[in-house]
Write a protein that binds this ligand. Structure first.
Ligand SMILES: [Zn+2]
Length: 101
């Protein structure tokens, strides 16, 4: 099912985080345990498993809203989210520029 968005796998989301200089350290407990969830019910996709994307919709208008990629601290349970637009934009520009680092 195509939504018009590039597929963001767990590996690609990690690539985005690294490119943006986002630390794996939890802001709450300061352990390096931030992890992102992927959808891999059979446990066979590995790093090609799609990253979990949570969608927020405007009440009463399901066509308006935005998505978020969550990260969860495996130590204390702290959750943070990254808006999907910036993640999609990162990969869109990356394929346009090809080779730009
Ligand atoms: Zn934590």
């Amino acid at each position: 099912m195509s939504s018009g968005f590039p597929e963001v796998t767990g590996a690609r989301f990690f690539e985005f985080l690294q490119a943006k200089g986002i630390a794996a350290e939890c802001p709450a407990c300061h352990q390096r345990r931030m992890s992102h969830a992927v959808h891999d019910p059979d446990g066979t996709l590995g790093e090609n498993a799609p990253a979990v994307r949570v969608q927020q919709v405007l009440a009463g208008n399901t066509s308006l809203g935005y998505g978020q990629f969550p990260q969860v601290c495996l130590n204390c349970g702290y959750i943070r989210y990254f808006r999907d637009f910036e993640v999609f934009d990162f990969f869109a520009n990356k394929s346009d520029d090809d080779g730009e680092g």
